[in-house]
Design a protein around this ligand. Structure first.
Ligand code: PRP
Ligand code: URA
Length: 209
């Protein structure tokens, strides 16, 4: 599928299977999400541009590779996005962070915004939006629209699980934003939940409901 990368790494798939199980505890779910986020972060940053800088090792000087350009921005869609964010910051500790508070209205499935805070210079940075679930794509589209309205031009979207319906809507609405996911499931149910899915990611992470 154009613009969509499915991360098929065996460790990702194994951990995702444990996360899907209904008997997996809140603590286990959170730990696995953090572990998976390291592996997904590796994939979504795989093609970042490098430049060379001169450094001194204890033995000599050399030209050594270093990331080019301004620091990345990780944009977490609250609440569940924070489960991916934490592990990503372990790998890229210097990244800047945007928080986008959105919740799905359970009746309309529209994304309702309740918070937004982002670095001011989004235009100069690669912005990686993180949220475990891409269901109807209402939240993902709203998050990307908001970031673009604040100047972001270079974005990627990273999730754990996607519905085919969400992928189709998102890639039509935001064709310039590549999607990375660990799996594309069968479908959405009548309540907008991904099937087979893993349930409500926020509730499973935080033990709410
Ligand atoms: C979940 C999930 C996404 C959204 C996906 O958040 O984390 O943000 O649903 O659904 P969509 O593609 O249909 O918009 P939720 O609204 O449950 O909020 P929470 O993270 O605070 O639990
Ligand atoms: N949000 C979730 O957390 N899970 C779904 O299956 C759909 C939206």
């Amino acid at each position: 599928m154009q613009g969509v990368t499915v991360v098929k790494h065996p460790l990702v798939q194994h951990k995702l299977t444990i996360m899907r199980k209904k008997e997996t505890s809140t603590a286990g779910f959170r730990r696995l999400l953090r572990e998976i986020s390291l592996l997904l972060c590796y994939e979504v940053t795989r093609d970042l541009e490098l430049t060379s800088v001169e450094i001194e090792t204890p033995l000599t000087t050399m030209m050594a590779p270093t990331l080019e350009g301004k620091k990345l921005v990780f944009a977490s869609v609250l609440r569940a996005g924070n489960g991916l964010l934490d592990g990503m910051l372990d790998l890229v500790p210097a990244a800047r962070v945007a928080h986008i508070g959105l919740y799905r209205d359970p009746n309309t499935l529209q994304a309702i915004e309740y918070f937004f805070k982002a670095p001011s210079d989004l235009a100069d940075r690669l912005v990686i939006v993180v949220d475990p679930m891409l269901a109807t794509a209402n939240s993902a589209i709203a998050a990307v629209e908001k970031l673009k309205a604040r100047g972001a031009v270079n974005l990627r979207y990273l999730c754990l699980l996607a519905a085919p319906e969400g992928i189709e809507r998102f890639t039509k609405a935001q064709p310039d934003v590549p999607v990375y996911t660990a799996a594309i499931d069968e479908r959405l149910n009548d309540h907008g939940y991904i099937v087979p899915g893993l349930g409500d990611a926020g509730d499973r992470m935080y033990g709410t409901k």
